[in-house]
Ligand binder design. Structure first.
Ligand SMILES: [Ca+2]
Ligand SMILES: [Ca+2]
Length: 674
């Protein structure tokens, strides 16, 4: 429906001046320029709602509907937009009164529009005159049965109209001067509001140019398309210029800025009710008859169906007269065809360099808008707030270093391109900060930005903390700087040999981390220091001599036997300073022969003894020699005896052999002598 209203409304053709007042009855009905300038509308105005039906169009709605629509809804609208200064009261006729002719008599295209309207008015007045005392009312609202041509688009339907200011009517009660609104039975609130405001003297804001109706205001005033907001259910507020004329805004509620001056001021929402203490508009008298207005519009109350919100800027040229476009809205986004996005939002700049006026919208909220107006005519300056998430950062602006006061500083810069460079790194006590981005997303540094309005830039830094790893012996990795909150991986090489029979073995982390794992994680949420702990160990190497290659040789270490195959050595690492018990077998058997321990030697071949405490790297050679006879149980003395007995026996046999009994001896299988 909204679209249809729009297209119908904006296609209304230019119509001839209404020819009603041939003598002293100058009147302009809706759609035709003319009429009287408004007077102040303060207090309660008397209104008659007269219901009239065409001969051939029965009514559908009852008087009660209009009692609510006019004296509740329209009255509510009036009270809101006038901040309680104006209201209406009055009557609705007790029933529908019949017009003498059918609908077509009032829509006949063969008769000019003005004459049709006059015919309707005359017939309507006559239809109710016997029942109504016209002198009681300042405003007449005639409601005709059926539909509104502006909504239906059907040329058989009648089009509403209204007078600008009061209109003189001849009645049975004499001549009366009343505002006249004519609207359709099914019309929503909007057309009634529009009609009454025009009765108050406000002018239509369409511009008639080249035979076409242009709309330089669109949705932003009920005297333009704004009375159709919400499909006509929520006509918007008249703009401050109109409210000034009706006395709803006082001159004291309108701010101004002198030529050459700069001023920052708050504006209350135009529809914000009576409580707001800030000015409701800003008016700059530019030249005789030409003013620049600024007002703040938000979607609230009857402005709830506005197409947008923000600071509305418009020019008003007084005295142009209706139909010549006294009011022109400045489109903040001229790249889009409608004025729906016309208001300026925070960060937006209105500029008219030929008038030397610049306005910056600094901020806005539901309760107000802060605007800085500069009439110096100088190149406009804007405020740039530079912040950092670390204290006392230095930011270079156009090559000039600016040390921030704490976390932020505000600079005044001319509108245009500026280069900013943040310190790549800031050292702060035990931590440091690394530049990350501007405003959380732009990583370039330096950065070049176009600043058109008061802006802010935040340099974001990543905080880093040191992780120090102390290690007296072995190798470690992971020492360095980490982003705050990182889980750092640290690692100790399990063991490190020094090449001299000494090595270090990792035994765990201490300090800010307690762990036995050589590879560990630590949360870096502050400076951290970790100590890698190590045990020193010495190598003990034990070799064997005098034993056949491949034979098994053992070493007893703390009561447990380790063994090797000759000539491989036994090699072990022992904790420095520890007690140790080492031993070797006194006798061994290899290849069926017995070997007995001769002595323990050091690498220099000197007699040595096993240590009882690990005081350094050691190397030993265990010297065995082959025993002359098989081992016999019973002790070394007995053994030696047996050995000597065997030796004697063998010697005797050798002698016998030499005498020719060798074969017999070979069969015995005796071992050969060493
Ligand atoms: Ca009468
Ligand atoms: Ca636009």
């Amino acid at each position: 429906m909204e679209r249809r209203f729009r297209s119908l409304r904006s296609s209304i053709p230019m119509l001839a001046l209404l020819a009603l007042g041939v003598v002293g009855r100058a009147m302009a009905m809706d759609g035709a320029p003319g009429g009287q300038e408004p007077k102040q509308i303060i207090g309660t105005k008397s209104v008659l709602v007269a219901l009239v039906k065409f001969l051939d169009v029965p009514n559908s709605l009852e008087p009660a509907h209009f009692k609510k629509l006019i004296f509740s809804d329209l009255n509510g609208y009036l009270k809101e937009v006038s901040y309680g200064k104006a209201s209406i009261a009055g009557d609705v006729t007790d029933r529908w009164y019949s017009l003498p002719k059918p609908l077509s008599s009032y829509t006949d295209p063969g008769i000019n529009r003005g004459m049709r309207q006059l015919r309707f008015l005359d017939d309507a007045v006559k239809a109710i005159d016997d029942y109504v005392n016209f002198t009681k009312y300042e405003f007449l609202i005639f409601v005709y049965s059926g539909r509104d041509f502006l909504i239906s688009g059907d040329p058989k339907d009648m089009e509403p109209f209204c007078s600008r200011g009061p209109y003189r009517l001849d009645t049975g009660d004499g001549k009366v001067s009343v505002g006249v609104t004519v609207a359709a039975e099914f019309d929503p609130l909007g057309p009634f509001a529009h009609g009454l405001l025009r009765n108050f003297g406000l002018e239509n804001l369409y511009v008639w140019e080249g035979g076409k109706a242009l709309d330089p205001v669109q949705e932003w005033d009920p005297m333009a398309h704004g009375y159709w907001a919400g499909n006509g259910s929520s006509p918007v507020h008249p703009r401050a210029w109109n409210k000034l004329k009706l006395g709803w805004i006082g001159q004291g509620e309108v701010a101004s800025v002198e030529e050459g001056g700069v001023s920052t001021l708050d504006l209350a929402p135009l529809g914000g009710g009576t409580g707001a203490s800030s000015p409701k508009a800003l008016r700059i008298g530019v030249s005789k008859g030409l003013s620049l207005f600024m007002e703040y519009r938000v979607r609230a109350g009857f402005d709830s169906q506005l197409p947008g919100e923000g600071l509305l800027v418009y020019y008003v040229r007084e005295g142009l007269g209706e139909g010549y476009g006294p009011m022109r809205v400045v489109d903040s986004k001229p790249g889009t065809p409608t004025l729906n996005d016309a208001p300026f939002l925070p960060g937006g700049i209105f500029q008219n360099s030929s008038l030397g006026i610049t306005a910056f919208v600094l901020k806005s909220s539901g309760s107000g808008c802060t605007v800085k107006v500069d009439r110096t005519g100088l190149p406009p300056m804007v405020a740039l707030k530079v912040s950092a998430n670390v204290a006392n950062a230095t930011i270079e602006v156009d090559g000039r270093p600016i040390k921030l006061e704490g976390y932020s500083s505000t600079l005044a810069l001319p509108i245009g391109e500026h280069a900013l460079k943040a310190d790549p790194m800031i050292q702060t006590g035990s931590s440091r900060a690394i530049f990350a981005s501007w405003n959380g997303s732009l990583v370039a540094n330096p950065i070049s930005i176009a600043i058109r309005s008061d802006s802010s830039l935040i340099a974001s830094y990543r905080i880093q903390y040191p992780l120090r790893i102390r290690s007296a012996l072995g190798d470690v990795s992971g020492d360095g700087w980490y982003d705050e909150g990182t889980r750092a991986r640290i690692r100790a090489i399990g063991a490190r040999e020094f090449g001299n029979g000494t090595r270090a073995v990792f035994s765990g982390w201490s300090g800010d981390l307690s762990s036995a794992e050589a590879e560990s994680e630590i949360l870096v949420d502050s400076p951290k220091e970790v100590v890698a702990n190590w045990r020193r160990q010495y190598s003990v190497r034990v070799g064997f001599s005098g034993l056949p290659e491949g034979s098994r040789a053992g070493l007893w270490v703390n009561g447990r036997e380790m063994w090797t195959r000759v000539p491989e050595k036994i090699s072990l690492w022992l904790d420095a300073g520890g007690e140790i018990s080492l031993a070797v077998n006194k006798t061994l058997t290899a290849d069926g022969a017995k070997f007995e321990l001769v002595r323990i030697e050091d690498p220099q071949g000197r007699q040595a003894e096993f240590p009882t405490e690990v005081g350094g790297p050691k190397e030993f050679l265990i010297v065995y020699k082959k025993a002359s006879i098989l081992p016999i149980e019973g002790g070394p003395d007995f053994g030696r005896l047996v050995e000597s007995l065997v030796r004697g026996f063998v010697e005797a046999l050798r002698r016998l052999l030499e005498k020719g009994i060798g074969k017999a001896l070979g069969a015995v299988g005796m071992p050969s002598a060493p």
